[in-house]
Design a protein around this ligand. Structure first.
Ligand SMILES: [Zn+2]
Length: 147
């Protein structure tokens, strides 16, 4: 089966797979709550101290260009269309950044503020996130290949 490159670029675009990073954040407590799985299969909701950093997806601009417009880059014929190009650069196709929800910053776990009692949970969480990222990448790749 031939690869549909448009679909491929769309699925592999970081904007398409972005998750709202504010989920689990408490502005009052300044904590980020995550589910951490124990070796015995039980799970625990752990509130980690959090800090706000500039969103790396939109670089603090709060918006990104809709990936259905330019995932995989713009083609030569796109660039010959003057009206399209000027709308594009005026931000006509921008959407609220899916990662920070247009807040310009995102909460991240403040590792330095994690006491000894949280170190173990943090380590588990990091391992979990690596595994999830690997799974997610594999399933996006499958979708990208049209599976
Ligand atoms: Zn953002």
């Amino acid at each position: 089966m031939p690869i549909n490159f448009e679909n491929y670029h769309y699925q592999m675009d970081s904007r398409v797979g972005a998750r709202d990073l504010w989920i689990g954040y408490s502005a009052e407590a300044k904590t980020l709550t995550r589910t951490v799985y124990e070796d015995d299969g039980s799970e625990e909701e752990v509130a980690f101290p959090a800090t706000l950093v500039v969103c790396s997806m939109c670089e603090g601009t709060a918006t990104v260009v809709n990936p259905s417009i330019d995932a995989g880059g713009l083609s030569g014929s796109d660039l010959e269309d003057g009206e399209f190009v000027s709308s594009y650069f005026r931000g006509h196709y921008d959407i609220a950044c899916p990662s920070c929800s247009g807040q310009r910053v995102v909460p991240v776990i403040d590792e330095k503020a994690c006491g000894d009692e949280l170190k173990d949970a943090l380590e588990r969480l990091r391992r979990q996130e690596e595994e999830e990222a690997a799974c997610e990448a594999a399933s996006r790749y499958e979708r990208a290949m049209g599976a």
